[in-house]
Design a protein around this ligand. Sequence first.
Ligand code: CP3
Length: 344
Amino acid sequence: MSTLQNDLLLRTLRGEKTERTPVWMMRQAGRYLPEYMVLRNKYGFFERCQTPELACEITLQPVDIIGVDAAILFSDILVVPQAMGLEVQLIESQGPILPDPIKTLADLKRIRVPEVDESLGYVFDAIKMIKKELHGRVPLIGFAGAPWTLLCYMVQGKGSKTFDEAKTFCYTQPEVAHQLLQMITDTTIKYLQGQVKAGADTIQIFDSWGGLLGPEDFEVLSLQYIRQIVTTLKDLAPTIIFAKGAWQSLDKMAETGAAGLGIDWCIKPQTARQFAGKNITLQGNYDPAKLLSPIPIIKKEVKAMLDAFGPGRHIANLGHGILPNVPVDHARAFVDAVKEYRFD
Ligand code: CP3
């Protein structure tokens, strides 16, 4: 086992006492960084994901430039549908497009649970390279999309505010939907086991569209599959579940065995703590748009956020991904404010 110089994030996930709160930002490797834009202008999105040297360089950018307490693998949740056999395009300013989405039972024949070493081996290669280049400076977060969120894209075929077609699919063809969710789950389990084997220190599951479901549907269409993933990873690495907008189910998510739960800015830290209970780490929950405020206000609000969560069992983060128009010095001010703060 390699030793880390900064293991604040991992100790916080274990519930240990730390000298300060750790901090990272969702989408920290992205368009607000001019260094990312240089590579974005030269290479296509999936070319950046599939070339270990590029994925490695992009992953390290926020560690070097912003000084976050964790690296997160540069990749995308949509590499899983791609590996299962669906075409995925990322069109600038349009977001993801899947030209031949899943609509019926017959469409399931076009996809498979792949051998991950073959179809996603490039991710494992990137992880090995990142771990080497990090020299133990900070932990590496691996990730995957939650089965429900991946179903949303695989059925709708594109981004959506309501994912109405994905929901119609689930409500009119529930058996086919569950077959698809189980295929995604089986792929994701193998994929994440491979990420940990390659060197990921912790895993985050992104359920970006979990908040579109009511509590019962969230259990049936999302959480029962996340639970399978968390259960199989439990002895390998700590997991963080980020189900955006699904705060009504924090209590059930806390019972899965996950080490951490991500929350967005629409719930108070105190309320989230009441729902989730004492024995789990919470991650969040600064409104990403508030990074556009003047720096002194960011500093003040970060302190208020840290006080609201209190010492221990908290990882400072945004409530969702950083916006492309955030000035780099504002992102750095957010991170520095967390790193400077001490509970006495
Ligand atoms: O957090 C990180 O820095 C690691 C890399 C990462 C990306 N996507 C890179 C990316 C992670 C963890 C993701 C997860 C992801 N991808 C999610 C879940 C998190 C969330 O934001 O809710 C989702 C839903 C996706 C699917 C996806 N990928 C969308 C909807 C888009 C287009 C919208 C957008 O933000 O541009 C992407 C593209 C994408 N993935 C970019 C990056 C840096 C932007 C690509 C570019 O134009 O350079």
